[in-house]
Design a protein around this ligand. Structure first.
Ligand code: KG4
Ligand code: ZN
Length: 325
């Protein structure tokens, strides 16, 4: 079995996965959303302190599995430096105490493998990762052949929902709150500009849209928020579909996947389903409970890395806030 730890942002999670069967034997996650909600976003130092409390609590429940562990895996990149350290330090301590090897996992690869929890992985596929930290399209041929072909130049898709929710005083995380508010809103009422629509570039940008939403919020009263939220959600999704349409002119994937916390967005899912219809491409999604950050996906990647002998020594394994992908 492999024990895996996730602490790259505001979720403390540990999983136990059986190597031979890929079965998830244990998974527990303690989210810090409530604690960060009053600030309208994640406060890194507070997050680190909460991980230091939550991770040992969860680990206590894993003790019965200790004798069967063959490796310990942990998210080491990308994420908040002060929170990554919490997980990596714990992983190193377990590695020393139990005399088992260490595996450092890239969180973004984790999101890709969230598609294959308790399943065989199959490639090639094109993956759109939409989370709080990232908005990028990746061509995935195998665990070690992952190429990012488009990414955001500034804010991420999920982050723009968080910021809009904060400006409306709704709380954190903004994605589900904006989605709920937008349900009864008029998606066409505010004619926000689709970012980079005049540009040939296949890239993303959300900071301009966020500013346009800010101006609308400042001008209107609260009764208009649902229409602003609906129009924002529409344009945020339209930006992705417009760029993907351009991309599909060059590359025709048979399987297209959406992963990451914001892949839970129902409007985005429906718009991408529409986009894929003429291409006859299959849409692959993670189970809803594995869209947002979790340790099951880290454990799933760790099985592949274990089988390939991709271990890190104590000195080698270091945190890196920025991903190479
Ligand atoms: O993958 P994730 O849990 O953490 C990162 O790796 O960043 O993603 C969290 C992000 C947050 O920005 C959150 O607002 C967004 O995912 N999110 C959503 C929805 N649910 C979560 N964004 C839009 N619509 C949703 N339904
Ligand atoms: Zn994530």
């Amino acid at each position: 079995m492999i024990l895996s730890i996730e602490s790259s942002c505001d979720d403390s999670a540990i999983a136990i996965t059986e190597i031979a069967t890929k079965k998830l034997l244990f998974h527990k996650k303690i989210s810090q959303e409530l604690e960060h909600s009053v600030y309208g976003g994640v406060v890194p130092e507070l997050a680190a302190r909460l991980h230091a409390e939550a991770l040992p609590k969860i680990l206590e429940e894993c003790k019965p599995y200790f004798k069967d562990l063959k490796a310990v895996a942990v998210t080491s990149t990308p994420g908040l430096a002060v929170t990554l350290v919490e997980g990596v330090t714990m992983a190193k301590a377990i590695s020393v105490a139990l005399g088992i090897p260490l595996i450092g996992v890239n969180h973004l690869v984790g999101h890709i493998y969230s598609l294959f929890i308790e399943k065989e992985a199959h490639f090639p596929l094109t993956v759109l990762l939409v989370s709080g930290g990232h908005t990028q399209v990746m061509e995935v041929k195998s665990l070690e052949q992952i190429e990012t072909v488009a990414k955001s130049m500034d804010d991420s898709f999920g982050e723009s929902f968080d910021k809009c929710a904060k400006m409306m005083g709704l709380g954190y995380p903004g994605g589900p709150l904006i989605q709920e508010l937008a349900k009864d809103g008029d998606r066409k009422k505010y004619n926000f500009t689709i970012p980079l629509s005049q540009s040939k570039l296949i890239a993303f940008s959300y900071s301009g849209l966020k500013n346009a939403v800010r101006l609308a919020i400042e001008k209107e009263d609260e009764s208009e928020y649902k229409n602003i939220a609906a129009s924002f959600e529409h344009i945020a999704a339209a930006h992705l579909t417009q760029k993907l349409k351009k991309y599909f002119k060059e590359v025709k994937p048979e399987i297209f996947a959406i992963v990451g916390g914001a892949s839970a967005n129902l409007y985005l899912r429906s718009q991408i389903e529409e986009l894929l219809k003429p291409h006859k491409a299959t849409l692959l999604l993670s189970e809803l409970k594995y869209c947002s950050d979790n340790a099951a996906m880290i454990g799933r990647v760790a099985i592949e890395m274990y089988e390939k002998g991709m271990f890190s020594s104590m000195d080698e394994l270091d945190i890196s806030p920025r991903s190479k992908l």
